[in-house]
Design a binder for this molecule. Structure first.
Ligand code: FAD
Ligand code: NAD
Length: 481
């Protein structure tokens, strides 16, 4: 190994958690290196996750809308054809622009970008096997931040080839539109990627073990509404259904399913099967055993509230440890972990981390679901407002969904906000801010939302009016519904 180099912080993994931690550490004046084995920065999110999936979601939505939703708007179009190769190129362009952007930010902030696989060899040592196959290099670090992320959970008996039996990584790179797609798991990946291929022409069947779609964390009422909307768009759902296995034939895959309550079984034909049953922490070749760092029964690296493993100067953030597997959660932890190193304190409000599902309409939420509040035995109030009564949504002919507030019955403090609707992913930011500041629904209901009521008069019409009216519904009455 080459001579050891001393850094204040070495980050292992260059995803949203790791690259943000590295930039923040450098900004704090710490000598910082980031080790990444992929060959590009940005991790799962930029390379094979958030960014490519959102590119395909956006462009497949435009295609679908042109096919099915422009004539009634007074736009006649000629022959509409899908150019999948170009749609994939557009996706690749977004990915490469953004991943190179992180490389630029590393240079700008003085982060050493080390391309290779990092293995913790000792409490202060990381051995790096370079990507280009050269001599291993040893980095010495006062502090180590592990941000090695996650990988798709495999389905036993269905071997992933990323062509016919795919994870999300194969599903963002198919070279033709499958006639029939079976999606195992009706969580966020299943519904986002299922939407993409359904819009592009596949017959998509989602098989979900539980009685509701949306994965953990989605409000039950919202999950039902979303299922109805996606069904109208052509997706099929088999809930309470177990996948038993599959028979891979030369021109067909038979997915064998059985009712979760036992009994009835059937085979569903597919050209492509998407396995989307969750993701698991990724710690291969990380060398945790060399320093005795523990993982729990689900493979998550065990940490305390300050992100420390039992070796206090080795901290862990993002998908590879506890909590929601979301890019912005990993980023917030990256900043907080560096603040602990530099200043001795840091903070992430886990009660105010939003989730967004980028279907059309989008679903977005923050805080608790109604079923969680109910289970906690708390007295609560509800306020909801449908987009069908919102003038901007009506003007846009895009009226599906609603905004729902859940508040503490006694204090009116907001416990959760759930939105299905156009731009829900942007609108939820306002809910996050409200929850961060401990707002009540009345605080929001009495704030001017771009129309003349109670306070200042601003421009109308906007979708955010529905947000305000749902808050009004929680503490008194909305005007327009
Ligand atoms: P990762 O992004 O997984 O990064 C870890 C990095 O570490 C990887 O690049 C890996 O190569 C590297 N690495 C691992 N081990 C080593 C090692 N030993 N040495 C060197 N490098 C190593 N989240 C959202 O918030 N919004 C979305 O819209 C969204 N969409 C998604 C869509 C899909 C299809 C998928 C799969 C995920 C999506 N996510 C989304 C989740 C999001 O991608 C993750 O939560 C996020 O990437 C986690 O960041 P991370 O830094 O913890 O790990
Ligand atoms: P998920 O946990 O959201 O959903 C998995 C679903 O599969 C669940 O509904 C579960 O009940 C079901 N399931 C599990 N085993 C099954 C089985 N054997 N048969 C049938 N159904 C089964 O996981 P995901 O959709 O794979 O996504 C992984 C992670 O990536 C999530 O944590 C998610 O937050 C993140 N992600 C986020 C976004 C976003 O923020 N927009 C997008 C994609 C992925």
């Amino acid at each position: 190994a080459s001579e050891a180099e001393e850094h204040d912080v070495v980050v292992i993994g260059g995803g949203p958690g790791g690259y943000v931690a590295a930039i923040k550490a450098a900004q704090e004046g710490l000598k910082t290196a980031c080790v990444e084995k992929r060959g590009t920065l940005g991790g799962t999110c930029l390379n094979v996750g958030c960014i490519p999936s959102k590119s395909l979601l956006n462009n497949s939505h435009i295609y679908h809308q042109i096919l099915h939703d422009v004539e009634n708007r007074g736009i006649d179009v000629g022959d509409v054809k899908l150019n999948l190769t170009q749609m994939m190129k557009a996706k690749e362009q977004s990915v490469s622009g953004l991943t190179k952007g992180i490389e630029y930010l590393f240079k700008k902030n003085g982060v050493d970008y080390v391309k290779g696989t990092g293995t913790i060899a000792g409490e202060h040592e990381i051995e790096v096997n370079p990507l280009d196959g050269g001599e291993p290099q040893t980095l010495r670090a006062r502090n180590i931040i592990i941000a090695t992320g996650s990988e798709a959970t495999p389905f036993p008996g269905l071997e992933i080839d990323e062509k016919r039996i795919v994870t999300s990584t194969g599903a963002i790179a198919l070279t033709e539109v499958p006639e029939k797609m079976v999606v195992i798991g009706g969580g966020i990946i299943g519904l986002e990627m299922g939407s993409v291929w359904s819009r592009l022409g596949s017959e998509v069947t989602v098989v979900e073990y539980l009685g509701a779609i949306g994965g953990p964390g989605m409000d039950a009422e919202m999950a039902k509404t979303m299922q109805r909307i996606l069904q109208k768009q052509g997706m099929k759902f088999k809930l309470n259904t177990k996948v038993m296995g599959g028979d891979v034939e030369p021109n067909n895959i038979k997915v064998n399913v059985e009712s979760a309550e036992g009994g009835k079984s059937e085979a569903i034909d597919a050209d492509v099967v998407l396995v989307a049953i969750g993701r698991r922490p990724y710690t291969a070749n990380l060398g945790l055993e060399n320093v005795g760092i523990e993982v729990d029964e689900r493979g998550r690296i065990v940490i305390d509230q300050e992100y420390r493993t039992k070796i206090p100067h080795i901290r862990v953030i993002g998908d590879v440890t506890f909590g929601a597997m979301l890019a912005h959660k990993a980023e917030e932890e990256g900043i907080a972990a560096v603040e602990y190193i530099k200043k001795g304190y840091g903070h992430v409000n886990y009660g105010a981390i939003p989730s967004v599902m980028y279907t059309h309409p989008e679903a977005a939420w923050v805080g608790q679901t109604e079923q969680e509040v109910k289970a906690a035995g708390k007295a609560y109030s509800l306020g909801s407002f449908p987009f069908s009564a919102n003038s901007r949504a009506k003007t846009n002919l895009d009226t599906e969904g609603m905004v729902k507030f859940i508040t503490d019955k006694e204090t009116d403090r907001i416990l959760g906000i759930h939105i299905i609707g156009p731009n829900a992913g942007e609108m939820i930011a306002e809910g996050v801010l409200a929850m961060e500041y401990g707002a009540s629904s009345e605080d929001i209901g009495r704030t001017s939302h771009e129309w003349a009521v109670l306070t200042l008069s601003k421009a109308h019409p906007t979708l955010s009016e529905a947000f305000k009216e749902a808050a009004m519904a929680a503490f008194s009455k909305p005007i327009h519904a």
